[in-house]
Write a protein of this length. Structure first.
Length: 265
């Protein structure tokens, strides 16, 4: 018997499942619940965002990780997670997502009530939560972005000029009059290019790491235009069978390849 509540506004119901097999009761029950999607072993960051917005689970502009863990353990209308590690992994994946502004959320160590800002704010890049850690906050994406933009915006000085604050910046030179002067604008690089070979047996894994560790940092920059192109070159000495030619050609068209084709020597 499993308590179910698809809609938070409707009462909870009990649903019966018949168990089969020779394994122990707990093992059989776990397998059946996973098959019926009544026990979740992996939760996407985008799905966590849907639950945060739909219920909603937000407590203002953020919600603590501990509160989320309590919510998922208590309410039947939320997905039944295997353990709290599933929630922590969902938070990590959501924070590191390239499209975090629209699809997921940010993370912060704490909120400073006096300064009205989040400390240790992380978004759009890979992060790691300690196993079993219930500290920290999940932060609304729009609120996180607002703080980020405010902190990188130029700030006026006492003489009316402006300086741009950034991590690691010094205060800037002082003039003969004793007033703070804006530091000289650095000659920053404006373009990046990179080429890498992927393991064809682990393309998804390698591409995912590149997206998290390279592309997310570039697309997060203001005004950035990032173009990613995947190039495939395959040499098959024994020749390609007709059925494979048809399958690859049709799939390439469906996936909107700009160019593709097979060649004969």
């Amino acid at each position: 018997m499993v308590p179910v509540q698809p809609d938070a506004k409707k009462p909870m119901e009990w649903k019966a499942y018949r168990l089969t097999g020779q394994d122990g009761l707990a093992t059989r029950a776990s397998k059946r619940l996973k098959n019926e999607e009544q026990l979740i072993a992996k939760l996407a960051g985008t799905n966590l965002r849907l639950d945060l917005d739909k219920i909603p689970l937000w407590r203002g502009d953020h919600v603590s990780v501990k509160q989320l863990a309590d919510d998922f353990a208590q309410f039947c209308y939320l997905p039944r997670l295997k353990d709290t590690e599933v929630l922590l992994e969902a938070i990590q994946h959501g924070v590191s997502a390239m499209l975090w502004r629209n699809d997921t959320f940010a993370y912060a160590d704490s909120y400073d009530e006096d300064a009205k800002r989040y400390r240790g704010l992380v978004c759009g890049r890979q992060m790691s939560l300690m196993s079993g850690s219930m500290s920290g906050l999940v932060v609304r994406a729009d609120v996180a972005e607002k703080q980020i933009m405010a902190e990188i915006a130029p700030k006026p000085t006492t003489n009316g000029s402006t300086i741009t604050a950034a991590a690691g910046d010094t205060a800037g030179p002082v003039s003969d009059t004793g007033k703070l002067e804006a530091p000289a604008k650095a000659n920053l690089p404006k373009r990046f290019y990179g080429t890498v070979s992927l393991d064809p047996a682990r393309t998804g894994r390698d591409a995912g790491r590149i997206a998290e560790e390279i592309i997310t940092h570039l697309v997060a920059l203001n005004g950035a235009e990032v173009k990613v192109t995947l190039e495939i070159e395959a040499n098959i000495p024994s020749g390609v069978p007709d059925n494979v030619v048809r399958t690859v050609t049709e799939n390439s068209r469906t996936l909107k390849f700009t160019s593709q084709g097979f060649e004969k020597e």
